[in-house]
Design a protein. Structure first.
Length: 119
């Protein structure tokens, strides 16, 4: 099992910045990608950013150029730096980990952290 604990959400004004963190613990061997998703009220969960074990990153169109995903392997932590925040970025942000053992893939989710951007 992998445990993911997200933190760092909060209230920020439009144009501001915020960084959320996700710490992975437990059976982290085999995690080959981690990501941030978000879900606004009444909307489907949306992929925000992904980082692979090799360090490759990808972003959703709505956050490209504003958000940066990174990781600190020694702390088993993934970060999402969010700049130039907009009210549309308001959502619960969830950390996700994909773990592959042989031919079996396991999906893990953190508990979510609320990000609210005021106009």
């Amino acid at each position: 099992q992998v445990q993911l604990v997200a933190s760092g959400g909060g209230l920020v004004q439009a144009g501001g910045s915020l960084r959320v963190s996700c710490v992975a613990s437990g059976s982290i061997f085999g995690i080959n990608a981690m990501a941030w998703y978000r879900q606004a009220p009444g909307q489907q969960r949306e992929l925000v950013a992904t980082i692979t074990r090799g360090g490759s990153t990808s972003y959703g169109d709505s956050v490209k150029g504003r958000f940066t995903i990174s990781r600190e392997n020694t702390k088993n932590t993934v970060y999402l730096q969010m700049n130039s925040l907009k009210p549309d970025d308001t959502a619960v942000y969830y950390c996700y980990a994909k773990r592959q053992i042989g031919t079996t893939t396991y999906d893990y989710w953190g508990q979510g952290t609320q990000v609210t951007v005021s106009s």
